[in-house]
Design a protein around this ligand. Structure first.
Ligand code: NDP
Length: 240
């Protein structure tokens, strides 16, 4: 448990699926800004390698394993934070998938929809209330859900149907959690990183990971606590 006053004001942030891509870059930017970051990954090996990569840049992060679809794993993370840190300031639900079988809405396999919803929507839905007791101990608890413009109803298409549905549903989860946590002033927002060059976004995407991570990091550390229940891209509100 933290008792040293030097660390009392340091923001404690958990990032899911942070061994590569946007999640890893979010950790890097948060660590640079002085936050205490818990880098989580479903595989111990890739998670520890990611932490070593940061150490080579003189940056620190703690590693803890987290498979976001498994309650037991979520429970393990809760226990670790509760015992070693006693509170949580920010939860960043970044882990996400697009299945190779994710096709047009007219022929997408229901199994693909189920698997995609499990990771992209149900995991943030489960993690948030699970970690809420720790967020309530923060002076300014925040939850940030990595969504996508592909989930915006205002610009909906028919391709990658499972992914799109999962992010639309995630946006609904954001609005509902924002309403539920309003009395306790825990801010909950969705963020679209733009189209980013990662394993998911591919090499032709418009943005590098630094640009892709920017709004999530801003929401974690700088955005006003009163900003809640919004869909954000480039630090500005966008339509659902
Ligand atoms: P990547 O595919 O590069 O990375 C995905 C990360 O999620 C990996 O670390 C992966 O771990 C992890 N992950 C997947 N499933 C699980 C699970 N069950 N438990 C724990 N971790 C898991 O994706 P990006 O970095 O591009 O995307 C990050 C987020 O941003 C996603 O939510 C995505 O939907 C969103 N986004 C991305 C865009 C882009 O253009 N890249 C555009 C809009 C939104 P592992 O290495 O073990 O597979």
């Amino acid at each position: 448990m933290i008792s040293d006053s030097r660390f009392m004001n340091q923001k404690i942030v958990v990032v899911t699926g942070a061994n590569r891509g946007i999640g890893f870059e979010i950790v890097r930017q948060l660590a640079r800004a002085g936050a205490r970051v818990i880098l989580t990954a479903r595989q111990v090996k890739t998670g520890k390698e990611a932490v070593s990569k940061l150490r080579a840049e003189d940056l620190n992060a703690d590693f803890h394993p987290l498979e976001v679809t498994k309650d037991k794993s979520i429970g393990g993370l809760h226990g670790f934070i509760n015992e070693s840190l006693g509170k949580l300031d920010v939860l960043i639900n970044n882990a996400g998938i697009i299945e190779s079988t994710d096709t047009d809405v007219l022929d997408v396999p229901p199994a693909t929809v189920r698997t995609t919803l499990e990771t992209n929507t149900l995991a943030p839905l489960r993690l948030s209330p699970f970690l809420a007791p720790l967020l309530r101990k923060s002076k300014g608890g925040r939850i940030i859900n990595l969504s996508s413009g592909m989930g915006a109803l205002s610009g909906m298409g028919s391709d990658h149907a499972a992914y799109r549905m999962s992010k639309t549903a995630l946006n609904a989860v954001t609005k509902m959690l924002a309403a539920a946590f309003q009395p306790e002033k825990i801010a909950v927002n969705s963020v679209c990183p733009g189209w980013v060059r990662t394993d998911m976004g591919g090499p032709n995407a418009e943005r590098d990971v630094a640009q892709g991570a920017d709004s999530a990091v801003w929401l974690a550390l700088e955005a006003p606590q009163s900003l809640t229940g919004k869909f954000i891209r480039d630090r500005k509100e966008i339509p659902w």
